[in-house]
Ligand binder design. Structure first.
Ligand SMILES: [Zn+2]
Length: 120
């Protein structure tokens, strides 16, 4: 499993700058390893929506230490492609989740009672 630093070295080869220019973005993608230590952690951010989320967090562009300005999405796309070989959608990940009964369990809510000002 590639470490964020190794992704950053790959970014340097492709776009210039230093590893430190890229480490925050690559580390953000892999922070989900703190939740689950195997490759399934990637379901949280390694997809098209995750790349757009990185853009919202890090800005549309990154200004490298060399002064070069590059789209943040390029770095997200590079990270996801290096880990998965392609950029999946979140729907691709969802199709791999085996549904369990607890996922659809609901409790009844007295909506009419709440509308009358009752306690939940
Ligand atoms: Zn990763």
């Amino acid at each position: 499993m590639a470490h964020p630093y190794h992704h950053a070295l790959s970014s340097v080869r492709q776009f210039g700058g230093t590893p430190e220019d890229y480490l925050p973005l690559h580390s953000w993608f892999d922070e989900s390893k703190a939740i689950i230590a195997d490759f399934r952690h990637r379901a949280l951010r390694h997809h098209a929506e995750g790349i757009f989320m990185a853009e919202r967090l890090f800005g549309t562009t990154l200004t490298l230490s060399t002064g070069r300005i590059i789209p943040a999405r390029w770095i997200g796309e590079q990270h996801v492609r290096e880990d998965l070989g392609r950029i999946p959608s979140f729907a691709d990940w969802v199709r791999a989740i085996r549904p369990e009964p607890w996922m659809g369990r609901a409790i009844s809510i007295d909506i009419a009672g709440l509308a009358r000002g009752g306690e939940p």
